[in-house]
Design a protein around this ligand. Structure first.
Ligand code: KIV
Ligand code: ZN
Length: 542
């Protein structure tokens, strides 16, 4: 076992190092704004692209592919605006091996250029209607042209993994001789296994000058995007082309989160990435996908279950050593959790049929609830019965069980209370005014704010966030409303996810009401109370 306490991976990772061609440093080329935006259904507004680029820069991404400027005026503008931001990350633009494309990247004043042309016989015959010789000549001619403007040139032979290997190497060598400084080997249609991809990367690595950086770009059609990227790194690659959340054409590209953490934690390759910003960046991109792409519960490292445990055996072992069932600390990837053992249990253990005594005890202690032995086993019985029926024991279910078994429950501290809500809607701009009573370090203050919005819910949420702003800057990451009964009098169940910008702490809360504006407002207030409880608790610990 590696003794570094925030990471514990298999010893075998150390033993196999000698057999691999690992780089001294891993570089990250992020293509969320280009290949990621090619995800069916996803398109980012200029303002959103700028905020993603700024977050990628803060994260430590080496190269940001801001877009493909020739494809639309919007992409051109985004490339130009992002280039103007003066970020530390290199801003690169995509271009086909065509003068008109290269000129657009130059016009957008980008730091560097990424040129590509397909090289597989299938693409040559069916798409480009060109011979191998013609493709080779255009690579030489247009990279030489791009070199007149750029010192950094990245070249991609599209569909490289279905290209004849000797021809691929020949094209890549010609690209380098004409001025390319980085060679990318795209698995454009995700049609290869890790071993075979590693072989192609190694052959290219052995055939190209050692100062040429080899990049890997793997699509996820068979779910092998990350595995193939890693195989590339074991065979001479030093740059990963990835996207946040694995966005990209069809089923996406290799996810940045999984690739970066694997290279960092499993292979210990130095990199410029601030791993603690991985989760907040993923949440930001998720929120900008407008509900079309969401982080799955089982998504490695950043999904809701990544640091959650239901089994009693796991929970008990976690108390002795959190690495027993977690390879890394959640903090390492930017998920806030204190190292306090009780907190670990409270925050990460989900109740269900596998719940053990330690987990339940810790959960009850956290709520300040004392039970007799009989009550304890009664509660345990209910939790297991619930789980046996195939249900997850959600917070509200657990409270219902507690109420059933022990009667009234102690009220949790309410730091924010709604005093009044007025909403104007109809054929006018929806406007909401809220009056909140806020407990500011023991002083009760009244805050009133009004705001407009695209609808009454948006206006009310904006007004509450405005009231709250002087105390904490909050970002709404996700909002969802579902009708839980049918008809026009249906109950609305809203769930919100908010982040405290200062601490990156994220909370989720939900509420039900027959009025959807009220259910949204109540869920937001519940979330704000949760956030404040977390902040107070952390402040008292420090
Ligand atoms: O998948 C691919 O081949 C690409 C290239 C433009 C690098 O996205
Ligand atoms: Zn791609």
């Amino acid at each position: 076992m590696n003794e570094k306490s925030d990471i514990m991976v298999s010893d075998m990772m150390e033993k196999i190092r000698g057999d691999l061609i690992l780089p001294k440093k891993a570089y990250f080329f992020d293509t969320t704004l280009r290949d990621g935006e090619q995800t069916p259904g996803i398109s980012f507004a200029l303002k959103e692209k700028i905020s993603i680029a700024q977050s990628l820069n803060a994260l430590g991404i080496d190269v940001i592919e801001a877009g493909f400027p020739v494809i639309s005026p919007g992409d051109f503008e985004a490339c130009k605006e992002i280039s103007k931001l003066g970020l530390d990350s290199e801003i690169i633009g995509l271009a086909r091996i065509k003068k008109v494309d290269i000129d657009k990247v130059i016009e957008a004043d980008m730091d560097s250029i990424h040129v590509f042309i397909a090289t597989s016989d299938l693409h040559l015959k069916e798409k480009l209607k060109m011979t191998r010789e013609e493709v080779l000549n255009s690579v030489i001619e247009l990279i030489s042209y791009a070199k007149e403007h750029y010192s950094e040139i990245e070249f991609s032979a599209e569909d490289a993994t279905r290209t004849d290997l000797d021809y691929l190497i020949k094209v890549n060598q010609a690209a380098v001789e004409s001025g390319a400084t980085r060679i990318n080997i795209p698995d454009t249609v995700g049609t290869i296994s890790p071993t075979a991809y590693g072989y192609i990367v190694r052959k290219n690595y052995e055939s190209l000058p050692k100062d040429v950086r080899i990049a890997v770009h793997c699509h996820n059609d068979f779910g092998l995007g990350v595995a193939n990227t890693i195989a590339g790194f074991e065979n001479g690659a030093s740059e990963a082309q990835t996207t946040i959340l694995g966005l990209g054409e069809r089923t996406g590209n290799a996810s940045f989160e999984e690739t970066a953490m694997s290279l960092y934690a499993l292979y210990r390759i130095p990199m410029n990435i601030n791993t603690r910003l991985i989760f907040p960046t993923a949440k930001l991109v998720e929120s900008l996908c407008g509900g079309k792409i969401t982080i799955g519960r089982l998504t490695p490292l950043i999904g809701q279950n990544a640091f959650a445990h239901e089994s009693g055996i796991h929970a008990h072992a976690m108390i002795q050593h959190a690495r027993a069932y977690e390879p890394i600390t959640p903090e390492l990837i930017g998920i806030k959790r204190t190292d306090n053992v009780e907190d670990i249990i409270k925050q990460s253990i989900k109740l269900g049929k596998h719940t053990g005594g330690h987990a339940l005890k810790a959960k009850l202690e956290d709520l300040g609830i004392h039970t007799s032995d009989d009550q304890f086993s009664n509660i345990m019985g209910h939790v297991k019965a619930f789980g046996d029926k195939g249900h997850e024991v959600k917070e509200e279910d657990f409270f219902a069980i507690l109420k059933d078994v022990i009667g009234e429950l102690p009220e949790e501290d309410q730091f924010v209370k709604l005093e009044e809500l007025t909403v104007l809607t109809g054929s006018i701009t929806p406007t909401s005014t809220v009056r909140l009573k806020i407990d500011d370090n023991g002083n009760s203050i009244i805050k009133v704010a009004s705001s407009i919005g695209v609808g009454p819910v948006d206006a009310s949420v904006n007004a509450i966030i405005k009231c709250f702003e002087p105390m904490s800057k909050i970002k709404l990451l996700n909002y969802q409303i579902d009708a839980i009964t049918g008809g026009t009098e249906a109950l609305g169940h809203s769930t919100i996810e908010i982040m405290d910008i200062e601490s990156n702490h994220i909370v989720k809360a939900s509420a039900t009401h027959e009025d959807i504006v009220m259910s949204s407002v109540l869920s937001l207030l519940k979330g704000l109370n949760k956030l404040l409880r977390f902040k107070k608790k952390n402040a008292s610990k420090n």
